[in-house]
Design a protein around this ligand. Structure first.
Ligand SMILES: *[C@@H]1O[C@H](CO)[C@@H](O)[C@H](O)[C@H]1NC(C)=O
Ligand SMILES: *[C@@H]1O[C@H](CO)[C@@H](O)[C@H](O)[C@H]1NC(C)=O
Ligand SMILES: *[C@@H]1O[C@H](CO)[C@@H](O)[C@H](O)[C@H]1NC(C)=O
Ligand SMILES: *[C@@H]1O[C@H](CO)[C@@H](O)[C@H](O)[C@H]1NC(C)=O
Ligand SMILES: *[C@@H]1O[C@H](CO)[C@@H](O)[C@H](O)[C@H]1NC(C)=O
Length: 346
């Protein structure tokens, strides 16, 4: 069992050695609150309400079930959501916990306020949870988000995201946060991974359920080379495919890898399989927003495979003057460690 050890303010008086010990204790101490449809806490929100708003680390252990709730994370300290699975939770296919919500911007709220989960403070992690924007099953707009993230050091592991337009809002505001997605499955059609974050998609499946655009990245300035955290979306070792349910639509050459939400949009795909849903030109345009100036867009590809990849559509790709292939040494700047620098939070 886990025991929560409260921060002992006495340590502060004994100098640096004891401070280090105290930090070690804090890292190891995680309190757990359990949620179950038949337990004391029947909703995730009621479990969250019992957690102190301080720097202590907490975990919400969630029993199998579908929780139709809208959750906003605003507490100061680290918090982890862990969905129970049967057996070893090695894949999103093992998930038994779903957090769902059904709302669109037509209800008069902002895009992010339609989300099932809104992460507004740092150090949130989720393991083995399905996040569903139920509106997505209508296979139509308007915007309706499953998860929006406006925070640094956020991780999702073996999680599943479902929507149609605007599934995953990675970076709501211009403050750039680091976000890591490992072994996730992300479904949508239009701009379904979008925003300003520094987001790394590692071994994920990106699955379209309608014609549209995988990404709408929103890097807003050119001069970020010295910034500690740089805006951009990196897809490494991923798969870009059609979802198993496309509402009967044949998506062949109906999807692009992204369209720029801002003039400095940065997106990199590397070591990734691209199916034939990707248009030969690969990338889309968003003339109304960028006013046709694509000279600062950074859309890069490296070592991808499959019928939608550069190597199998070279002439069409070369006709797009805001994308190019990276060399091996350029691509090394987008490895996980080089991109984030400090990966201890992952
Ligand atoms: C935690 O405290 C911050 C700062 O006062 C506040 O903005 C936030 O809403 C609080 N969150 C919770 C869950 O109480
Ligand atoms: C979502 O809400 C709409 C009404 O606003 C309804 O028509 C639809 O069936 C709901 N979807 C689900 C999956 O509950
Ligand atoms: C960086 O560029 C933005 C506009 O893109 C500008 O507002 C800002 O002043 C620049 N910062 C520096 C340090 O040059
Ligand atoms: C190219 O990508 C494949 C995966 O599709 C990987 O196995 C291989 O190591 C990559 N090659 C280089 C040079 O990075
Ligand atoms: C890129 O191509 C477009 C037409 O697709 C053209 O209008 C634009 O001037 C070109 N930009 C550069 C920098 O060559």
């Amino acid at each position: 069992m886990y025991i929560h050890i409260h921060r002992n303010t006495m340590f502060a008086r004994f100098g640096i050695l004891l401070t280090i010990i105290n930090i070690a204790l804090q890292v190891e101490s995680v309190s757990i609150v359990s949620v179950s449809p038949s337990g004391t806490h029947k909703t995730i929100a009621s479990a969250l309400a019992t957690i102190p708003n301080d720097s202590s680390a907490w975990e919400v252990d969630i029993a199998p079930g579908t929780y139709v709730e809208q959750i906003s994370i605003t507490r100061a300290g680290p918090i982890t959501f862990r969905g129970q699975t049967n057996g070893t939770p090695s894949s999103y296919l093992d998930n038994l916990v779903t957090l769902a919500w059904n709302q669109t911007t037509a209800s008069g709220v902002s895009d992010e306020a339609t989300s099932a989960l809104m992460v507004n403070t740092a150090q949130f992690k989720a393991y083995n949870i399905n996040f569903k924007q139920l509106w997505g099953s209508k296979f139509a707009g308007p915007q309706a988000v499953a998860v929006s993230i406006n925070a640094d050091k956020v991780g999702f592991y073996q999680s599943y995201f479902f929507g149609y337009q605007d599934t995953l809002f990675a970076g709501v505001h211009s403050t750039i946060g680091r976000q890591y997605f490992k072994g996730c499955y992300i479904v949508g059609a239009v701009d379904y991974i979008f925003g300003s974050a520094s987001a790394y998609f590692d071994s994920c499946t990106i699955a379209s359920n309608g014609p549209g655009h995988l990404t709408a990245q929103k890097r807003t300035k050119s001069n970020d080379s010295s910034d500690a955290i740089k805006s951009g979306y990196i897809f490494n070792n991923c798969r870009v495919v059609a979802d198993s349910n496309t509402n009967g639509v044949n998506l062949k050459a109906k999807v692009d890898l992204g369209r720029p939400w801002s003039p400095y949009a940065r997106v990199v795909y590397m070591n990734t399989y691209m199916s034939d849903i990707i248009t030969p030109a690969g990338w889309g345009s968003w003339y109304s927003v960028t006013l046709g100036d694509y000279s600062n867009v950074q859309y890069y590809e490296y070592n991808n495979t499959g019928p939608g990849s550069w190597s199998q559509n070279a002439a069409a790709r070369a006709s797009v003057n805001y994308t190019r292939q990276l060399t091996a040494s350029e691509a090394s700047a987008y490895s996980l460690k080089t991109w984030f620098g400090d990966v201890s939070w992952i």
